[in-house]
Ligand binder design. Sequence first.
Ligand code: IVH
Length: 723
Amino acid sequence: MIYYQNMVNLEVKFVLMNKKEAKARIEALRNELNRHNHNYYVLNNPTISDYEFDILMRDLAQLEKLYPEFIIPDSPTQKVGSDLETPAEAKQEKSNNSEVPDGKNHFRQFPHKHPMLSLANTYNIEELKEFDQRIRKFTDQPYSYSCELKFDGTGINLYYKDGALERALTRGDGTVGDDVTENTKHIPSIPQHLRPGSGYPAEFEIRGEIYMPYEAFDKLNYERELNEEQEFANPRNAAAGSLKLIEPSQVSGRCLECILYHLIAEEFDVPTHTKAIECAASWGLPTSEYAKECSNIEEVTEYIQSWDEKRKTLPFPTDGMVVKVNQFALQKGLGYTAKIPRWAVAYKFKPEQALTQLISIDYQVGRTGAVTPVANLRPVQLSGTVVKRATLHNADQMKLLDIHYGDYVYVEKGGEIIPKITGVELSKRAVNAQPAIFPSVCPVCGTSLVRDEDEAKFFCPNSDNCTPQIEGKFIHFIGRKALNINAGEATIHQLFTKGYIKELEDLYNLTDFQLLSLDKWKEKSVANFKTSLEKSKSVPFGKVLFGLGIRFIGETTAKSLAARFKSIEGLKNATREELLETEDVGKALADSIIGYFKEPRHLNTIEKLKEAGLQLEIGASDTKVVSNVLQGKTIMITGNYSVPRETMKQYIEAHGGKVGSSVTGNTSYLVAGEKAGDAKLKKAEKLGIPVISEEDFYKIAASEKGADIGKPNGENEKDETLF
Ligand code: IVH
């Protein structure tokens, strides 16, 4: 991780890019950052570490600086990440934890009286000094800093009126937040009423962080593991998810804490931030005992350094320090950009590393047969938890690290639950240490492993007889994104070990006697299981298709395939060319589908699932036809719209139109959104197909039969279940 040393080189690298390449890279970075923002803020399920995210953000900012002509207001560099789950997003995507409401936005939204911004960040003391130089250039008056812990939780904005908590809003998109007032009533450190007569202003807002102490986090994950629920990757996600629990009373059990660090009061005259926070504490509000007023940047850096190690002993998560100009008058003078205050900066600690010894390596076989090396380590403390296992990713990574048994290895936490091994301490290697060699056969069933071209992973091809692959197939099938059946990994393991299930359809033929033989299963668990089996029979075709676990068919592709081919029969009979014409379907996926239907066992499973009553075709309720004003029209879509692409497709189909898969002579219109595909635009131009904007499309659609069918909006989306 030598990002800062690389900054100069990066600049050279970017300069060497031609304009077209730079534009493409900017777009790719934006898409990637938007995706990570969504994973982090909405789904509470990040897949990369904050550090990796910050590096991507820096890359984008750097490129936009070099090519300002490509800056757009919607760029992630220009706006704060949003925790709002719009109805459309919530509907399309479901988190793997139950905290994210499915289908509706459960919280009312309110605008913030003042925007809730983000903070500039750095991992580098030199940049902190540059921040100070900018302040010094701006003023010749004396000033000081408040240096504080950066609590790693989720932002909250509390409005107090006449001493009572009136409203609590999440940061949302910085302008509008979700109203979580009811939920905050179950966080004991947030007072509903301030200390009477303590001198608080009649109205004010105060911002801070809701966080989860490590102890509560460990307890929560332990319980989730027992209940076969997905664990939280880290306390931040757990806090953010818990704050948005649909049932407010459940928040109490999550043991959330609150710390407040930013007071905004119009009718309250104090000269400094530290004084304001002192006052807030005297009114009964929770503030940090670790903030320090520093008279210069040297004191700031000293204080920061004193926390580098010490913070590891804190009972709650922190990811850095925040340095704020203390004088309100100077803060006002320095002002804000659209995204950050110019008077504050976050100094972030580099991801913590721990050095520990490698004991052994397990080679785990996943649902798809992919073999992942997972290291068993001598237990070591890392960012508040004990780490015993870490991923080595794949054979290439093992080779790169040249890992030997007994090696001392560096472990880091990324965005995911399982930490990763990032390096080997060669100076500690024993002379007779033996290199760890990736197996050539499946560690479970002994079949020779294969590696497809372009794949980083080795696979066990024995998908129908290799135990973890079979169990994995069931776990995938019963998952929330698929058939949503009330059981977990341990249950599947028992059912399989007892010989009760082998093929997916066996789930629908389990007897009470068999179910009651499972550990701790009583009549109630059997009844719950059976109810969920019944419910699974009305799960829409797209999800059933996803649940079948055909290699490379993800959630979105399953929806596209369901929409395009309408039924499992349609999909089975599709030619390779037809498959390739479908959005998101590449060669590997097309071949995987064809291969799947060649297997008699799979055809048998499909027959049996059909007999059990599962939806293997698009039902009448799947595509609710609202009007026929687009009948006979083939509309091709490209780029980003004001609504998600999936919603746009549903809109077209709901009004009788057909969504094209490529621009041909039969295309009626090409609706070009932002970042429309170049190739499609050119082809449309060549064929003389009208290229229209999203807004024009709605107008044209409305005029097709003189009907005003409106735009696809949240209201429509909420009621329609399309797949
Ligand atoms: S001050 C306008 N102080 O860090 C400045 N933020 O990465 C308001 N955070 O959005 C923020 N500890 O959610 C401030 N002591 C602290 C903080 C803090 C954690 C969070 C906050 C902010 C984020 C930026």
